[in-house]
Design a protein around this ligand. Sequence first.
Ligand code: ZN
Ligand code: ZN
Length: 146
Amino acid sequence: MSNSVNQQKDRLETLTGSCLCGACQYSITAEVMHFFHCHCIQCRKTTSAAYAANILAVPTEINWTSGSDNMTRFDYPDRGFTQVFCKTCGSGMPFIDKKEQILFIPTGTLDCTPNIQPEANIFWEEKAQWLEHGRHAPKVTGFDIK
Ligand SMILES: [Zn+2]
Ligand SMILES: [Zn+2]
């Protein structure tokens, strides 16, 4: 009994983040559930990246320290898929899904290091075909390419 309470406490994290231009800033204290890398086509499109890295948490109030009126919300008709982004720079921002069951926090916008680590690559069957090659490509500092 007390063990489960402690586990819940352990999963309570305060996560702070911001968009690229700095207009939108948030601080969220939530019970984190998962940290996924999602390879679905919708996530790849909206992040313009190989995959989306999101922390999923129990819905709670998002404390916008700035920019709460500087965001646009897009709800995709299928899969209950949503993107909330800064009107100025386009960075994806935290949001609660349409069914109000999950709080999504795009980890690329974090200004802190979360305690939770990525636990799964979801929608792996939809991954970009060049993903694995990229993971094994040489790691260099900045644009230090010979
Ligand atoms: Zn911005
Ligand atoms: Zn996805």
